[in-house]
Design a protein around this ligand. Structure first.
Ligand SMILES: Cc1cc2nc3c(=O)[nH]c(=O)nc-3n(C[C@H](O)[C@H](O)[C@H](O)COP(=O)(O)OP(=O)(O)OC[C@H]3O[C@@H](n4cnc5c(N)ncnc54)[C@H](O)[C@@H]3O)c2cc1C
Length: 399
């Protein structure tokens, strides 16, 4: 039987492991943590991410947990519109899902076939010379026809495969939270979702729906993500929340109400990172099989376009389609090379667009801000339109 080792049980690794198992691969999933879990926040999924999940056979589970995000436009901290809500004809709305719901759906998608080993930290790749690839752990090596490196931003496998790529800070930090529905401010639905953009600060919110009413999800509430230029903060969560309330004081509703309703334990802080340059290849044939990079291990980028997880699902759907019928040997190595050929340009294009948006979003200083505010109304819809079009264009490779 064809064997695969997937390193990392984040959303990318879970999606790939389930997809491979459903097409007849014997999969071992290795996770360094003691449990497979997500943080308690949420995620926006764009049409490309949804299409990838459907291609992986996970569409049904998703319908029950996803809530459509209204097209909300962008405001300034004084409440003035920078970009008015202008849904394009035929434009498909993104959805917001609770990360724990998504994790549960992905874990359910693993079925009975995937062997999950938690508390196993992969340390490296065994040098290969015509042999199958093997990952090394504190408890010995595990060989497989296919190794999927889905071990996230701080991947231990990527430096072996792509030594020229380095993770750097993107110059900002992000805070995310889901305010549970019972504590959420009572606001008109059209006021809950939106984006507000200030000088080096950004606040985005979306409703997951009322508890129990978002399909099968029991994790309703309101999701928000705040971004600020600068390094992540070393203080306690309570102090960080106080800082957020101060930075975003006076911003239009629902910003103040949401921050007031948030408790320190709800908040997840993260330094925003960027992988530069992106690896030259995402597939590395070895012996009759090889290794692939997937998800943030392959293309960590700032979250401004909300595409990191969507790209991880595209990676997984592409990989599973390409190796579905491939047997170890020339067929499998050709599939691994095709994976690299298809995925790298896609990640490069998305990273480029993310950086353009970052330059707009992170503008600071009076002149830069004035220029940004003057042009955002025209640049942003065009830029966002291009992003939406790029996203919509993606399709899994035909079987
Ligand atoms: C603030 C913010 C907001 C975001 N919002 C969105 C959004 O709205 N939409 C979107 O599409 N994306 C979004 N993203 C991006 C998204 O969160 C990531 O792209 C996605 O979670 C990457 O998943 P992954 O599985 O590749 O990596 P991870 O989720 O990092 O998973 C990696 C897994 O590998 C395990 N691991 C690591 N090293 C080892 C090892 N040596 N051995 C074994 N296991 C190991 C880790 O424990 C972890 O479980 C956002 C990111 C940020 C920072």
């Amino acid at each position: 039987m064809r064997t695969a080792v997937v390193v990392g049980a984040g959303i990318g690794g879970l999606a790939a492991a389930g997809g491979l198992a459903r097409t007849g691969w014997q999969v071992t999933l290795l996770e360094r943590e003691d449990r497979v879990r997500s943080d308690g926040t949420a995620l926006v999924l764009w049409p490309n991410g949804l299409r990838a999940l459907r291609a992986l056979g996970l569409g049904e589970g998703l319908d029950a947990i996803a809530t459509a995000v209204a097209h909300t436009g962008v405001r300034r901290p004084d409440g003035q519109w920078l970009v008015q809500p202008r849904p394009q004809p035929g434009e498909r709305a993104p959805v917001v899902v609770h990360r724990e719901d998504l994790h549960d759906a992905l874990i359910a998608g693993l079925g009975e076939q995937v062997e999950i080993r938690t508390g196993v930290s992969v340390r490296g790749l065994r040098p290969v010379s015509g042999d199958r690839p093997a990952v090394t752990t504190g408890r010995g090596a595990i060989e497989a026809d296919l190794v999927v490196a889905a071990d996230g931003t701080q991947s231990v496998l990527r430096p072996v495969l792509a030594p020229g790529s380095t993770v750097i800070s993107s110059g900002c930090a992000a805070w995310r939270a889901v305010v549970p529905w019972y504590r959420a401010p009572q606001l008109p639905p059209e006021q809950i979702s939106g984006e507000v953009l200030g000088a080096g600060y950004r606040f985005v919110s979306a409703s997951l729906g009322e508890r129990g009413s978002a399909g099968g999800s029991s994790r309703g509430g309101i999701y928000w993500v705040a971004t600020a230029v600068g390094a992540s903060r070393p203080e306690s969560p309570a102090t960080q929340l106080t800082l957020l309330r101060r930075w975003f004081a006076g911003w239009p509703s629902p910003v103040g109400e949401l921050l007031a309703a948030t408790e320190p334990g709800d908040v997840v802080q993260q330094e925003v990172r960027d992988l530069r340059p992106l690896p030259r290849a995402y597939g590395f044939p070895a012996g009759p099989g090889g290794v692939v990079l997937l998800g943030d291990a392959a293309h960590t980028m700032p979250h401004h376009l909300g595409q990191g997880a969507c790209l991880a699902f595209e990676d997984a759907a592409t990989l599973c389609a390409l190796v579905r019928d491939a047997v170890p040997g020339p067929q499998l190595t050709a599939a691994i090379e095709t994976y690299s050929r298809l995925r790298r340009p896609r990640a490069v294009a998305m990273a480029r667009q993310t950086r353009r948006v970052a330059a707009v979003l992170q503008a600071r200083g009076r002149l830069a801000l004035r220029a940004r505010n003057a042009t955002l109304g025209t640049i942003s819809p065009r830029l966002m339109g291009r992003v939406a079009a790029t996203a919509a264009q993606w399709n899994p490779p035909p079987p």
